[in-house]
Design a binder for this molecule. Structure first.
Ligand SMILES: [Cu+2]
Length: 127
């Protein structure tokens, strides 16, 4: 007989504190379009991946009014620290799989970096 272990293999259903809903970003699909049913679409918007201590893409061009969403895929904790005239407060610490978004309303060039690793830099160009 033995016993069977039921595994929910292949299904990523991680619940974290802070009310952050994780989407299934580990399963391919760089579109950031897979929205979890009924939940706030954290991954919606133009995605930037934080990986290997770098932002990818490092430079991003979007239209005004675009929401840009960073998702940390490193095991290290990172942040998104706006360095532009927006004077946005720095993001919370982004643990692995956490996301953070900024909506850019006006045309311009918006630099940011990681508050923990200032050598990690990126730019959002809004035009
Ligand atoms: Cu960092």
């Amino acid at each position: 007989m033995g016993h069977s272990i039921v595994r929910r293999g292949g299904r990523w259903s991680l619940a974290v504190g802070l009310g952050v809903a994780l989407t299934f970003s580990a399963c391919g699909g760089d579109e950031g379009r897979e929205t979890a049913d009924g939940e706030e679409a954290v991954a919606a918007g133009t995605p930037v991946t934080i990986m290997n201590f770098a932002y990818e893409p490092q430079e991003l061009q979007v239209a005004p009014g675009t929401k840009v969403t960073w998702t940390n895929k490193d095991s290290a904790t990172h942040t998104v620290q706006d360095l532009s005239e927006l004077n946005r407060p720095i993001s919370p610490d982004l643990l692995e799989s956490y996301s953070f978004s900024i909506t850019y309303e006006k045309p311009g060039s918006y630099a940011y970096n990681c508050g923990r690793h200032p050598f990690m830099t990126g730019t959002v160009k809004v035009a």
